[in-house]
Design a protein around this ligand. Sequence first.
Ligand SMILES: Cc1cc2nc3c(=O)[nH]c(=O)nc-3n(C[C@H](O)[C@H](O)[C@H](O)COP(=O)(O)OP(=O)(O)OC[C@H]3O[C@@H](n4cnc5c(N)ncnc54)[C@H](O)[C@@H]3O)c2cc1C
Length: 261
Amino acid sequence: MHIIVCLKQVPDTNDVRIDPETNTLIREGVASIMNPFDENALEAALAIKDAQGATVTAISMGPPQAGDMLREAIARGADNVYLVSDRAFAGSDTLATSYALAKAIRTLPAADLVLFGKQAIDGDTAQVGPGVAELLGLPIITYVRKVTVQDQQLEVERAFEDGFERMSVPLPAVLTVLKETNVPRMASLRGRMKAKKVEVPVLKAADIEAESHHVGLTGSPTQVIRIFTPPKKQGGVTLDGSHGQEAAQQAVALLRERKVI
Ligand SMILES: Cc1cc2nc3c(=O)[nH]c(=O)nc-3n(C[C@H](O)[C@H](O)[C@H](O)COP(=O)(O)OP(=O)(O)OC[C@H]3O[C@@H](n4cnc5c(N)ncnc54)[C@H](O)[C@@H]3O)c2cc1C
């Protein structure tokens, strides 16, 4: 069984700063980490490998420094890693990113299962998993909180706000996984030693036969007009009416005063 896991390197911060001129993330001085949901996707793949045997391949599209994250994946137990990286990919939106990842996946030995995190904590669109599934023509289940594989059949639980559904899906398939799926393992010392020696293979646009009009800014139908950090919420007003009616009257008076009603 071959499992491909898509890992994104993201800034290690919730306090994302935006360059007002270019509308892009300011990455200088910010450490990078494996997207937290992708740690769960990787762990799901490694757990299947432990339970029944599988080859786990981790891929990432990003700049050369994403190679460090892929080495971390090796240290945790991934068998192969590939960095999808080319100047032609710069400025790719979610569609162009999905296209490049789908092309890379098609270049690799056929996957029985392709795993994604629920969403990236910087872009936050949750579009790339479904985008890749569509381009590969594979079924996808999102918001997965439990996954097992038996006889080429996936058993998954898909979470909802107020419950979950249990589904059986034939392979090959694509999943996006939630945090509660598992607890990601730490890398072993042996894994770290192995990862140190790994030369991360780079797949360029030509290697995955990506057509130039489908990647980068040219291949990106969405445009970022403006990105900004919303202002922090100011302290609210506490209404100290001694009973409900009094507090409601105070609330209405306040809303009228602020011309909300
Ligand atoms: C017009 C436009 C221009 C952009 N220009 C740039 C740019 O120049 N440089 C830049 O870095 N970003 C750029 N972006 C952002 C980039 O498109 C997104 O970061 C990327 O498409 C992933 O989307 P997301 O972060 O919302 O991921 P989500 O869809 O939320 O991610 C879901 C899952 O998909 C997988 N995944 C997502 N991205 C990757 C990846 N790169 N490699 C492997 N797996 C992945 C992970 O498993 C992740 O958990 C641009 C976006 C737009 C709209």
